[in-house]
Design a protein around this ligand. Structure first.
Ligand code: ADP
Length: 556
């Protein structure tokens, strides 16, 4: 048996695991791994900051339903990529982080980029392994599988320089089949189905766990057959089309307050869902939460008795069987209240979207972008991935842009991590557009444009803190000063695109914005549209990248 370098063995193991893309930032000695991987046909997407690379890998894991892989150097590289570990852990996204480290015999001697990454990352990962030259396939396979099986999360393999640069024999690789899918105890299914049937105001909440589980077909069947109103979480949008008649997202508060039995499919009762608590929720609500992680059940509302442990696809299909022939009576008071609230909110949003002012408002800005893009790529075709971050931008764009297919909307997520956007946009491009049989399973996995709406939380427009700052300014306490969150006045973000061989636009009016959005969307280069919006609300920037227009808006 001939021997190979550790770097070649690592690349081979990744190839055998089915890895198609590696995100990272390389230096000595991990550069050899990247080069060996490229030679095997794996795409290496190079970044200039490990943080963005690790964020990209987490989103790639979410979109493709398999671990995203990130490769970095040791020491500072690991510290920067730690951000991705936190992001993967909070969002339950599968991530395999690989990092170099100093030679085994030099540990504790002050070696190049020396750091005890295993001790650092063990508490924050599902598993952290230091590989030897002989255990490369086992270490990588174990870490890859652990990131993927059960609830998704981060894992780590530490690769000392002498392992990467050493020689070893190729050993048998282990196959890692798709994770097994657990069904629920049938008795629990009967209890929950009975409860739903007897509910006056039932509600289904669809979270990003359902999107990650790729459970859209069976959830669609559940809603179509039972007619229970549903509500998507921000990244659960698109699992069912936003245009679906049972979607009551526009009456979110009324739904949460009025529902008496709630079936949660792949969402946690965290800040995004107001912890399942009063006053946002009905105090007498019965919550039936379906989750792959048993520990999650009853976490915040304190009652796990109606929790169901299992895979969303399997459990939803069990529930469908049990509910067969039953349909919720949508002439109920609950649905009437939802429709009334929806009508009011939709009318209000439609009105504010058309209010012209100079500078423009958020609502007007999003309306122009949406109309322009829709005219080129109709929303039902699912040809656009929206990435959105920045407190106000994320919030307001959520309702301004419909999503009709799953996994086409990424935002700051569970961790509310601002700064993920551009890494996510690159991940979306890789997941949907790189030639790969394993491409993300969106609608037909056809090529997609990536539109990135980036708000710089610098101006934090609606928050009390911002109002306080504004008041202070008005009262002359800091008159004329830049806010602590500002980069400068009308920062020329559009020049970033020009710098990278793309196009940049600075726009102030709806007409200018429509023109720039259309040109940017059709372009095959990075495009940044910097949109100046209402004073106190800040300027925004749209970003488009490569042959997918991605547009980001930055407030500054
Ligand atoms: P959101 O941000 O949309 O509210 P969360 O990230 O809070 O969603 O929750 C997603 C949940 O989905 C997690 O608790 C995760 O364990 C769960 N989950 C992920 N995949 C599956 C699956 N295949 N079956 C059941 N639950 C899953």
């Amino acid at each position: 048996m001939s021997s190979s370098s550790g770097a070649a063995l690592i690349a081979q193991a990744l190839q055998e695991l089915g890895v198609k893309v590696i995100f990272g930032l390389v230096g000595i000695p991990v550069v050899q791994i990247a080069e060996e991987a490229i030679a095997l046909g794996i795409r290496f997407i190079a970044f200039r900051n490990e943080q963005a690379a690790s964020y990209a890998a987490t989103a790639y894991g979410y979109l493709t339903g398999k671990p995203g892989v990130c490769l970095v150097v040791g020491g500072p590289g690991v510290l920067h990529a730690w951000a991705g570990i936190g992001n993967a852990s909070a969002n339950a996204f599968p991530l395999l982080l690989l990092a170099g480290s100093s030679e085994t015999h030099l540990v504790t001697k002050g070696a190049f980029q020396e750091m005890d990454a295993i001790t650092l990352l063990s508490p924050h990962t599902k598993i952290s392994i230091r590989s030897t030259i002989d255990s490369i396939p086992e270490s990588l396979t174990n870490a890859y599988k652990t990131a993927w099986y059960g609830r998704g999360g981060p894992t780590f393999v530490d690769l000392p320089a002498d392992v990467i640069q050493g020689d070893g024999e190729k050993t048998m690789a282990y196959a890692v089949p798709e994770p097994p899918k657990a069904a629920s105890d049938p008795e629990k299914i009967r209890v929950v189905a009975q409860l739903l049937k007897s509910a006056k105001a039932p509600l289904v909440i669809v979270g990003k766990g359902a999107a990650y589980a790729q459970a859209e077909s069976v959830i669609r069947k559940l809603i179509d057959e039972t007619r229970i109103p549903f509500l998507p979480t921000p990244m659960g949008k698109g699992v069912l089309p936003d245009s679906h008649a049972s979607n009551i997202a526009s009456a979110r508060s009324t739904a949460l307050k009025g529902a008496d039995v709630v079936l949660i499919l792949g969402a946690r009762l965290n800040w995004i869902l107001h912890f399942g608590d009063e006053p946002k929720w009905n105090s007498a609500v019965e919550i039936c939460q379906v989750d792959i992680s048993a520990e999650e059940l009853g976490k915040n509302n304190g009652d796990a008795s109606l929790g169901i442990v299992g895979d969303i696809k399997v459990v939803t299909s069990q529930l469908l069987n049990e509910l067969e022939g039953w349909q919720y009576d949508t002439s109920s008071d609950f649905v009437r209240a939802l429709k009334a609230s929806e009508k009011k909110n939709v009318a209000k949003a439609a009105k504010s979207a058309k209010v012209d002012s100079t500078p423009m408002t958020y609502e007007r800005t999003f309306d122009v972008i949406r109309e322009t893009i829709d005219a080129i790529s109709p929303v039902e075709d699912g040809g656009v991935v929206y990435v959105s971050e920045g407190a106000n931008t994320m919030d307001k764009s959520r309702s301004a842009f419909n999503v009709e297919h799953p996994r086409l909307r990424l935002d700051a997520g569970t961790y509310a991590t601002m700064g993920v956007g551009l890494g996510y946009a690159i991940a979306a491009h890789c997941a949907y557009n790189l030639p790969s049989p394993e491409a993300a399973s969106g609608p037909e996995s056809s090529r997609k444009k990536v539109v990135c709406l980036e708000g710089d939380s610098a101006f934090g427009e609606d928050s009390d803190a911002w109002l306080e700052m504004q008041r202070n300014t008005i009262e002359g306490k800091s008159k004329g000063a830049l806010r602590s969150s500002s980069l400068g006045w009308e920062v020329g973000y559009e020049n970033i695109a020009k710098m990278c061989g793309g196009k940049g636009y600075l726009v102030r009016t709806p007409e200018e914005l429509a023109k720039a959005t259309e040109e940017g969307f059709k372009a095959n280069v990075p495009v940044v549209v910097n949109v100046i919006i209402q004073a106190g609300q800040a300027q925004k920037l749209e970003f488009a990248w490569q042959n997918n227009s991605k547009k980001a808006k930055k407030d500054s």
